[in-house]
Design a protein around this ligand. Structure first.
Ligand SMILES: *[C@@H]1O[C@H](CO)[C@@H](O)[C@H](O)[C@H]1NC(C)=O
Ligand SMILES: *[C@@H]1O[C@H](CO)[C@@H](O)[C@H](O)[C@H]1NC(C)=O
Ligand SMILES: *[C@@H]1O[C@H](CO)[C@@H](O)[C@H](O)[C@H]1NC(C)=O
Length: 382
């Protein structure tokens, strides 16, 4: 999919769990492109831990939220049968992340939990990739003699990728063969009309407004996108190659057309750069990356909610980041969606929405308690 933020794919972008095509239905002449979603009717009896029933006569999933908040409803691909609640898998911790016992640490990268932290490799120790290194380090050097070494500061050269740079900077990859040419540059710092090395799908998170274009024999950052895109933008899954096409000046975006989880089977286009929720998400992400806490994550985990929750003391920042991330990612799915359907498929979105909407009324102490309470939910989507 033309994700709004390609560069943050690692962060989380859940490859739209519900965006698969419903091929079974497409074989039927009168079948709609997208199924409908509604609350379970009182006349329907669900088995224990059943969360959805697909009724082929009206192309509708009837749903019921899972009893345990640690569970969420997994639709079994294109199988129109009954669907059940599944407990989220326990997530393993990377070097630098919290643990209570060795088994909490990802055994590939860490074999000890010491003082509540999964232990990784220290500076100067031989490594094969950056996952093994402790926070503040990446695996650098020439093949065969790689060692964990301190991350490169913004403004200094020598990076091969973002993860060689401090958490709030990315690598301006001028040369793929000679890393001494490449400087670490603060995210969102290159101004309008200045060169940036790489520009994929008009986007670079090194550019101030995340946008870039071909210019003067290279790529240049572009000014703030004057957004005339109206959202939600409805689309027809059968015409998805053109329906979501949005052109503005020389920028052309073609995001995915995604089935919504609504009562009418309506589909909507995914968001594009410059859309309100994307801008809000970028601001929240920036506030995390530029916080001192982000240096407590393994360099490859800078965008991972697990590490963000472990270390970011800014509760309001966490609510904002999680809420906007989930809202942006699930935007097409959650338009005109009934509460029972949201709770069934996106319990963490529902929780964070509540927390985010009311955090202004709370002092941070009370908010922190709730955060601890909701932490487990995150395991579902990261
Ligand atoms: C699926 O669920 C429906 C409604 O709850 C029930 O009538 C049916 O027997 C179930 N089918 C299977 C195969 O479990
Ligand atoms: C980024 O790379 C481009 C292309 O190589 C170069 O012209 C530009 O000066 C670099 N910017 C920074 C801040 O390193
Ligand atoms: C999208 O629209 C632009 C401008 O109307 C057009 O040039 C482009 O070919 C379209 N792309 C697709 C995939 O239809």
């Amino acid at each position: 999919m033309a994700a709004p933020l390609i560069a943050f794919a690692l962060l989380i972008l859940p490859q739209a769990v519900f965006s698969y095509r419903y091929d079974i239905e497409e074989n039927k002449a009168s079948a709609p492109s997208c199924p409908s979603y509604a609350c379970k009717k009182s006349s329907q009896t669900f088995e224990q831990s059943q969360c959805a029933y697909y009724d082929e006569s009206d192309y509708t999933y009837y749903v019921n939220p899972c009893a345990q908040s640690t569970e969420s409803c997994m639709l079994k691909g294109e199988n129109p049968g009954n669907h059940t609640c599944q407990t989220a898998q326990t997530k393993l911790s990377w070097p630098g992340e919290k643990c209570t016992q060795t088994g909490d640490c990802n055994p590939i990268y860490s074999t000890a939990c010491t003082n509540g932290i999964c232990v990784g490799l220290s500076s100067g120790v031989a490594c094969t990739d950056s996952n093994y290194c402790n926070p503040g380090l990446s695996c650098q050097g020439t093949p065969g003699s790689m060692k964990c070494a301190p991350l490169i500061q913004a403004g200094s050269k020598g990076c091969r990728a973002d993860f060689d740079c401090v958490p709030y900077a990315g690598c301006n990859i001028t040369s793929t063969t000679d890393s001494s040419e490449n400087a670490c540059v603060q995210y969102w710092s290159i101004k309008n009309d200045e060169f940036v090395a790489i520009c994929g799908e008009h986007q670079s998170n090194l550019c101030k407004y995340n946008l870039c274009r071909e210019r003067d024999g290279g790529f240049k950052c572009y000014e703030k996108f004057e957004n005339t895109h109206i959202i939600p933008w409805p689309c027809d899954l059968n015409a998805k190659a053109t329906d979501c096409n949005f052109t503005h000046h020389e920028f052309n975006f073609l995001p995915d057309c995604v089935c919504g989880l609504n009562p009418t089977g309506a589909a909507y286009c995914s968001l594009i750069p410059g859309d309100g929720p994307v801008i809000e998400y970028e601001a929240a992400l920036k506030s995390w990356l530029f916080s001192t806490s982000s240096s407590q994550c393994n360099t490859l985990r800078r965008f991972e909610s697990q590490c963000i929750l472990d270390f970011w003391g800014n509760t309001k920042g966490i609510y904002a980041l999680m809420y906007w991330y989930l809202y942006m990612s699930y935007y097409p799915q959650i338009q005109d969606t009934q509460d029972c359907v949201l709770k069934t498929f996106y319990p963490s979105y529902v929780s964070y929405k509540e927390l985010y909407k009311k955090y202004d009324d709370q002092d941070d102490g009370a908010a922190m308690l709730e955060l601890v309470f909701f932490t487990y939910i995150l395991a579902i989507f990261n």
